[in-house]
Design a protein around this ligand. Structure first.
Ligand code: NAD
Length: 508
């Protein structure tokens, strides 16, 4: 079943045991095209029985897949990558159609996702163990890496393709089998990834998809055959996933929400900063866990910065993205999310902050879930806009007098995903890098999101677990180590008269 061909609302299929099938679920959700507000698909909200079938299909497939040589598993990733390239524009258009990103943002998402597949194709060298000979007389010691079994992935709406690709290529190439529960708001890209995996020759049952909401997530968290859970989403759900998954004996990596601070020192180059902040705060309509959402100008630069941001925001071309090439900022994912984000502008006014650029005042078509960019100045550290994740195109500005105040503001932040500083001072950059309370640091970079080869190192309430997603930590998460200690004795029969048993090295 193709998820790209239909112009009518389609029933989004499950993928279980290599077969795409229509669910018998009695609950469904709507999948919108955020540019038009139209319903384009119906997603089944599955129950425990569908989860159980998918997990059992994965469990049945795992022993043979785990025994498949690592280089052959990696070759599936090479073929998958070729198919992703061949269908690149279609995949990017699908991301735009279900999420609302601009064409350029959707292509960038696909590119980052493909890099995960390229990383996974090189995994055999990361699966190698270590060895030390003669740790005692005639005793050798070695480690080897083994799959953990059935893994599950639960993903958010904001990267319909890239976040699933953070997980299953690595898990699968390590020899595990996988059950994906994509966001019910954007399930179509995940299904297309499943189609391309099947085309790439992945054996039946190695990759499965079940759609749904909390019911499916909780069934995965408690299923005895699921050994590892990867989660990306909001902090409240990440905490629930971590606590429930680990209480049920699973390893869990759970990435949560964020409130990313962008510190602007008075010596920073204003034009460069405005451009970097504009794309950090308003790119992907602010629906990025690495989006800058709190600008912290230090000292005299504040007035010029706010003015520059308002002018840049006003000039942005905001509109529907589906089929539009020149739009700079698209809609939010749903009407409910757009209304939640614009509600923060009312909160700002009621708390005494200044809405310097009001996204609600943009002249926009009413069909899609559109909202213009906003800049809210003179936010105080205790206000909700300074503390809460908004996840939309609203940039709050907290003015401070010196770098210490900016660092202190970071310490009060419960999250710890990313933070950046803009400066020409090596000293300020170094102080910031060493002491800011976040796991991903940018220096004159608006969105310090790491590539596939590096871990996605959120801190505090932005991450629950031990081993992060991406990079070598991802491989460690999806494998368990075995240590083997070996001692061989020369038997008395061997050491008898026959000279072939004489040791060259003279060992015993
Ligand atoms: P969400 O937490 O609402 O949903 C994420 C997933 O959890 C979805 O698949 C959803 O079906 C499921 N879910 C929702 N409520 C649940 C519940 N009560 N119990 C069990 N499962 C539940 O997140 P979202 O709105 O889809 O995505 C936006 C969030 O994701 C933001 O907070 C953003 O910062 C975060 N995010 C974090 C990262 C990161 O790397 N830290 C990356 C991308 C997005």
């Amino acid at each position: 079943m193709s998820v790209t061909a239909s112009t009518q609302p389609v029933d989004v299929p499950l993928l279980i045991g290599g077969r795409f099938e229509t669910s018998a679920a009695d609950r469904h959700g709507d999948v919108f095209n955020p540019s038009t507000g139209q319903v384009q698909a119906r997603v089944p909200l599955c129950g425990e029985a569908d989860v159980d079938r998918a997990v059992r299909a994965a469990a049945d497939a795992q022993p043979a897949w785990g025994e498949t040589p690592a280089v052959e598993r990696a070759r599936v990733m090479f073929r998958f990558r070729e198919r992703l390239h061949a269908r690149f524009e279609e995949l990017a258009a699908l991301v735009t159609r279900e999420h609302g990103k601009t064409a350029a943002e959707a292509r960038a998402e696909m590119q980052r996702g493909i890099e995960m597949v390229e990383f996974a194709a090189g995994i055999p060298s990361l699966l190698m163990g270590q060895a030390l000979e003669n740790i005692a007389s005639s005793v050798d010691c070695e480690t080897s890496r083994h799959p953990v079994g059935v893994c599950a992935g639960i993903t958010p709406f904001n990267f319909p393709s890239m976040v699933p690709l953070w997980m299953f290529p690595v898990a699968i190439t390590c020899g595990n089998t996988f059950v994906l529960k994509p966001s019910e708001k954007v399930p179509l890209s995940a299904v297309m990834l499943g189609e391309l995996l099947v085309e790439a020759g992945l054996p039946d049952g190695v990759f499965n998809i079940v759609h749904g909401d909390k019911t499916v997530v909780d069934a995965l968290l408690t299923h005895p055959l699921v050994k590892a859970i990867s989660f990306v989403g909001s902090t409240a759900v990440a905490k629930h996933v971590y606590e429930t998954g680990t209480a049920n004996g699973k390893r869990v990596q759970a990435a949560g929400g964020a409130k990313n601070h962008l510190i602007i020192m008075p010596d920073a180059e204003l034009d460069q900063v405005v451009s970097a902040l504009q794309s950090s705060a308003f790119g992907c309509a602010g629906e990025r866990c690495m989006a800058g959402s709190l600008a912290v100008p230090v000292g005299r630069i504040a007035d010029d910065l706010v003015e520059g941001l308002c002018q840049a925001g006003k000039r942005m071309k905001v509109g529907p993205t589906d089929g539009q090439a020149d739009v700079q900022m698209g809609p939010l994912v749903t009407a409910a999310h757009r209304d939640r984000v614009s509600g923060y502008l009312e909160v700002a006014a009621s708390e005494g902050a200044e809405v310097a650029l009001d996204g609600r005042a943009f002249d926009l078509p009413s069909d899609g879930f559109l909202l213009g960019p906003s800049v809210v100045d003179r936010v105080q550290p205790e206000m909700r806009l300074a503390k809460e994740e908004i996840f939309g195109p609203v940039l709050s500005v907290v003015r401070v007098d010196d770098l210490d105040q900016a660092l202190e503001l970071g310490k009060q932040c419960p999250y710890g995903n990313g933070a950046s500083i803009f400066t020409r001072s090596g000293w300020a950059a170094r102080e910031f890098k060493r002491s800011f309370n976040a796991g991903m640091i940018g220096i004159n970079v608006g969105v310090p999101a790491p590539m596939a080869w590096f871990p996605f190192t959120g801190w505090n309430k932005s991450f629950f677990g031990d081993l992060h997603i991406q990079g070598v930590e991802g491989v460690q998460f999806y494998t368990q180590q075995k240590m083997t200690m070996t001692r061989w004795f020369r038997s008395s029969a061997d050491s008898a008269a026959d000279p072939i048993w004489k040791s060259q090295a003279g060992g015993s």
